[in-house]
Design a protein around this ligand. Structure first.
Ligand code: GUN
Ligand code: FE
Length: 438
């Protein structure tokens, strides 16, 4: 080994998922990383038990960085596949139901981002907090404003797609765009941010079909991702179907999913948020188009759990169809930024619904690698393995030996008594070898 090659060593318990059921677990392990070079970011070169590392790297240990984290569990950084960075201030506001909450709290909050200085200050704080809770990737909604999108890209780190919402109908005056303005904003975003941009018609109520169709075509031509909201509540679905029945060319559309299909919003680079209330024909269409879904359990949870009471996503039906899906916080529908809170809520709600396969490991996979797979970046990130980027989260864990990764992760979640404190579980976040949060 060349003497100049300065390795770093991170010692803790380590857990990394392969899929819903399989994971690597080292009760006392070491992640070995090499620094960035001109051609690649800092990567993992090895993961192994501590006693083996002592033998294999005995000389390196003496002259290298060895970081020891007792009572900690290292996992991959989180991918939050659906959240609104401009809704940080509505997370804990009163919630009754989706459409009322949007009109009463969310739209007025997003309208504040018309101010450039406000958007800048908020972006700087928000994206630093996102790293501090361990989120290093995902897909994010911004407001309609160009400069809010610019500020988000300015401060966001990691594998985050971001898009400005398009709002051309049924929207309050402060946020309403003409179709021409919405198209212009989408084209500017695509040109400026290329594949880091995600086309974001807010949902079929707020974006007219011609705008969705035209911008979706432009996104597809460029290989750009698309995202929107689908079938979150029965009242929303009713509204959509009544609205589109009156529109030329949509008179016969039978479902919300079919409507999105007609305007080109489905596809392999398409992320549909919520997707709770779906008929069998809609699930078939989502599968046929290879569309990915994002399950937001904390946002959809009952009102007493600070959610919008939208319902519970049936992942078993979705998986039976072979549809890809991952987890999201839906900030500010979801009350807390930490994906640990999302995982915990996922576990509680699905266990209560009698789904025996709702394990902590499944929640972990869906909060990390599954998102990276959907975004097509899993070859270099999303889990912990030699050759992948050195991106991981160090979690505080109870001081005890565990027989499995499942038991260990469950103990991490169970140790948090107040949901607001999941944020505090994160000791450190590393992004491509660099510590980005203490
Ligand atoms: N549907 C349309 N816009 C929104 C939003 O901002 N949040 C949620 N949860 N659903 C939506
Ligand atoms: Fe949302």
């Amino acid at each position: 080994m060349a003497a100049s090659r300065k390795l770093s060593f991170y010692r803790a318990s380590i857990l990394s998922p392969w899929d819903d059921k399989r994971a690597d677990y080292w009760p006392d392990g070491v992640i070995v990383t090499q620094p960035a070079s001109k051609t690649r970011p800092a990567t993992i070169t090895d993961i192994l038990p501590y006693n083996e590392a002592c033998e294999r790297y005995v000389e390196d240990f003496a002259r290298s960085n060895l970081y020891e984290y007792p009572d900690s569990l290292i996992i991959p950084g989180f991918f939050d596949m659906h959240f609104h960075w401009v809704q940080d201030d509505v997370r804990l506001m009163p919630k009754d139901s989706l459409l009322e909450w949007l009109a009463k709290y969310t739209f007025p909050t997003e309208a504040k981002y018309a101010s450039k200085s406000y958007a800048k200050t908020k972006a700087r704080k928000f994206f630093q907090r996102l790293l501090s809770v361990g989120t290093i990737g995902g897909a994010c909604y911004s407001s309609i404003h160009d400069h809010a999108l610019d500020e988000a890209f300015n401060y966001a780190q990691g594998d985050l797609l971001i898009g400005n919402v398009l709002m051309t109908q049924e929207s309050p005056a402060a946020l309403a765009q003409t179709p021409k303005q919405a198209l212009g904003a989408a084209l500017r975003g695509m040109k400026r941010y290329k594949k880091r941009y995600v086309l974001t018609p807010r949902f079929a109520i707020a974006t007219d079909p011609a705008t969705m169709a035209r911008t979706a075509l432009e996104a597809d031509r460029r290989g750009i991702f698309k995202q929107t909201h689908l079938s979150e509540t029965p009242a929303e679905i009713d509204f959509v179907l009544k609205l589109y029945k009156k529109m030329k060319g949509f008179e016969r559309v039978k479902s919300y999913t079919e409507l999105y299909h007609k305007v080109g919003m489905l596809g392999e680079r398409s992320l549909m948020g919520h997707a709770i209330h779906l008929k069998p024909a809609e699930l078939k269409l989502l599968k046929k188009t290879n569309t990915a879904l994002v399950h937001c359990p904390t946002s959809n949870a009952p009102l007493r759990q600070r959610g919008l009471g939208s319902g519970l996503f049936d992942y078993q039906k979705v998986e039976k169809q072979g549809i890809r899906w991952a987890l999201g916080s839906d900030i500010g529908g979801g009350p807390f930024l930490s994906m640990l809170d999302v995982m915990d809520s996922f576990l509680r709600q699905h266990k209560k619904a009698g789904r025996g396969d709702a394990t902590a490991l499944k929640a972990l996979y869906r909060a990390t690698l599954a998102g990276a797979e959907i975004l097509g970046v899993d070859e270099r990130t999303g889990s912990l393995a030699p050759g992948k980027e050195a991106s991981f989260v160090v979690l505080r864990a109870p001081a005890k030996r565990y027989r499995s990764g499942e038991a260990h992760l469950r103990a991490v979640l169970a140790a948090v008594k107040d949901r607001a404190h999941f944020d505090r579980c994160v000791r450190a976040t590393f992004l491509a070898g660099k510590q980005v949060s203490a």
